[in-house]
Design a protein around this ligand. Structure first.
Ligand SMILES: [Zn+2]
Length: 222
């Protein structure tokens, strides 16, 4: 099984990736982890990426391509994996196609998790954080509520919404996501790899929908 998971930020893609890996023995390939690994192992791309990560800057797309290519081309390439957060753009998808070809690997499927923008914004707006340095506890209105509304359970500080969790920030991220994803979707649809799954329901329900698609694909190629 070799998959790419696509979906908007906050859609539960990371959770699905973890479940898929844990239950099917797949390697989870997330951009953040791969970057950290490359930097730690001081690979050529890792050495170039280090200053960006150190300064908290976005690592350029082409450099991310190099880090991913190294993961497949140096040492033993992953045979069964879930890509989570990569490729993010059409140019990255083209670069990744080439890496797969070089390694004689075919993708099993590209899964697009659909969650509406309004649902994403609603989910994120339920996240609250404690601003006190040294506490930084996080809460969620439905899944992890505080005892007293708006007050940190651990230290009694009034909770805030992080910049990242504000509706206007989330909306701006979604605009970028849609811009990039439209092109990606077209790319993988043309390769007959794209499958769309409703990502709105409970975690296990979404997982079951994903597995149904993968089981349907398994007879074709894996
Ligand atoms: Zn606190």
């Amino acid at each position: 099984m070799r998959l790419i998971l696509l979906g908007p930020p906050g859609c539960g893609k990371g959770t699905q990736a973890q479940l898929l890996c844990a239950r099917n023995g797949l390697e989870h390939i997330g951009t953040g982890d791969i970057l950290r690994q490359a930097i730690q192992q001081q690979t050529p791309a890792g050495v170039r990426a280090h200053p960006f990560v150190e300064k908290g800057l976005l690592v350029p797309d082409s450099l991310v391509n190099d880090v991913i290519a190294e993961r497949f081309n140096l040492g033993d390439p992953p045979e069964r994996f879930v890509m989570d957060g990569y490729p993010r753009t059409l140019a990255q998808a083209a670069a990744f196609d080439q890496v797969l070809r070089q390694n004689f690997l075919d993708l099993t499927a590209v899964i697009l998790l659909h969650v509406s923008d309004e649902e994403i914004i609603a989910r994120v707006s339920e996240r609250w954080s404690c601003p006190k340095p040294g506490c930084k506890a996080t809460y969620h209105t439905t899944s992890k509520p505080t005892k007293a509304t708006g007050i940190c359970d651990s230290c009694g500080t009034r909770l805030i919404q992080r910049e990242d969790d504000r509706p206007e920030t989330v909306r701006a991220r979604l605009v970028v996501y849609h811009g990039n994803t439209e092109a990606l979707v077209g790319h993988y649809r043309a390769q007959k790899l794209l499958h769309e799954v409703a990502g709105q329901g409970p975690i296990e329900e979404v997982y079951a929908s994903v597995m149904k698609i993968l089981n349907g694909q398994a007879g074709r190629k894996c």
